[in-house]
Write a protein that binds this ligand. Structure first.
Ligand code: ATP
Ligand code: LTN
Length: 330
């Protein structure tokens, strides 16, 4: 039987954090043996917010090094840059012409980001989901693993694929979002009611994957909790503790019940140290590998050039079919 196709991506916009690691990177790695995986570095999407050009380039290397350090294997998965496969920009434009303004206006990410960047609400920010739909549909992906916040974009992708197929006949596979129940929304340590984010302005809110053990310990110890002193999973009333429990549970493969029993009658001090130790132990090999890779940019270039070739083969077939169907001469 043919392997199912996976496509996902992360924007090249800065250092990755624990939310990325737990929400998506660990899943990407788990999926690469069973599926035919395409993992993209979304650097075109990163343009929707004003960036320093030098930093944008650097962020591509950082993200690629993070993919590999987390365990992605370029011999098993196709790892590539969105900008190196020109079909993304082309299909993105085509899909723009099949996406309604009303659909795009309903996107939560657009509403959030336009509130955050009120001085630069550009058209790219608005049509971001059509470009993302193109990313997914070019590879005829079956499943799209992402964090909870991207679900709406994948649903729009399904609508666009169905709309196109109805008009022109079977062209795109209809993809499904793939979102885990636990860990798809790791919350900030200082504000456990908002997701951990690169753009958080609260100090100690976000654990970066390249943080030192000391920094990780400090941030977890300072994490906002509550005054009960009971390690119990209750997202609504104890968001801080529940978030730490989810992080700990995913890393150690323990259930919420097991964690409650493990720390019964112990207060938060011991629990926080155990959480920090688990994170530190999990991320140590990542950090070492990451530093090694960042010192060897030509190896990273080899990986992305090889990935682009393989991705282009698939993407060009889909785009050719689309162009033929809609009457575009190439
Ligand atoms: P940020 O909000 O940190 O700027 P983002 O969501 O805008 O990140 P990306 O960095 O491209 O954009 O996110 C890449 C992937 O990581 C997406 O699938 C997203 O859902 C997931 N992700 C990001 N933050 C978290 C989180 N706190 N918990 C779980 N998954 C997350
Ligand atoms: N919008 C995504 C990044 C992204 C993506 C994709 C994810 C761009 N293209 C295709 C899955 C599939 C985000 O995480 N902000």
């Amino acid at each position: 039987m043919e392997k199912k196709v996976i496509l996902s991506g992360i924007q090249a916009t800065g250092d990755l954090h624990l939310g990325h690691y737990i929400g998506v990177l660990k899943r990407f790695v788990e999926m690469q043996d069973e599926f035919d995986c395409y993992y993209m570095i979304a650097n075109l999407h990163a343009l929707t917010v004003r960036r320093d050009p030098k930093e944008l380039k650097e962020n591509v290397y950082k993200l690629l090094a993070s993919y590999i350090a987390a365990g992605l294997d370029p011999d098993k998965s196709t790892i590539f840059l969105q900008s190196q496969v020109h079909e993304h920009a082309e299909l993105g434009w085509v899909l723009d012409c099949y996406t309604y303004m009303g659909e795009l206006s309903r996107m939560t990410q657009y509403k959030d980001k336009s509130a955050k960047h009120a001085d630069n609400i550009n058209a790219g920010l608005f049509t971001y989901p059509s470009l993302m739909a193109g990313d997914i549909l070019l590879y005829q992906a079956d499943l799209v693993p992402t964090g909870e916040d991207q679900k709406q974009h994948v649903e729009l992708t399904r609508d666009l694929a169905e709309r196109f197929n109805k008009l022109y006949g079977e062209t795109f596979k209809i993809p499904k979002p793939f979102i885990e129940k636990v860990g798809a929304r790791v919350m900030g340590l200082q504000d456990p009611t908002s997701k951990m984010s690169k753009s958080s302005t609260l100090p100690n809110d976000t654990i970066l994957l390249i943080d030192t053990p000391e920094e990780i310990m400090k941030k977890v110890k300072k994490a906002v909790t509550d005054s009960d002193g009971i390690v119990k999973y209750d997202e609504e009333n104890k968001p801080g503790i529940s978030n730490l429990m989810e992080i700990y549970g995913i890393i150690t493969s323990k259930t919420m019940d097991e964690i409650e029993n493990e720390f019964e009658g112990q207060g938060y001090g011991n629990f926080k140290v155990a959480v920090a130790d688990a994170i530190i132990k999990e991320l140590e090999p990542f950090r070492n590998k990451y530093n090694e890779l960042m010192a060897n940019p030509s190896y990273l270039e080899e990986i992305y050039n090889k990935g682009a070739k393989k991705a282009s083969e698939v993407a060009s077939k889909t785009l050719k079919d689309v162009y033929e169907k809609i009457g575009i001469i190439r």
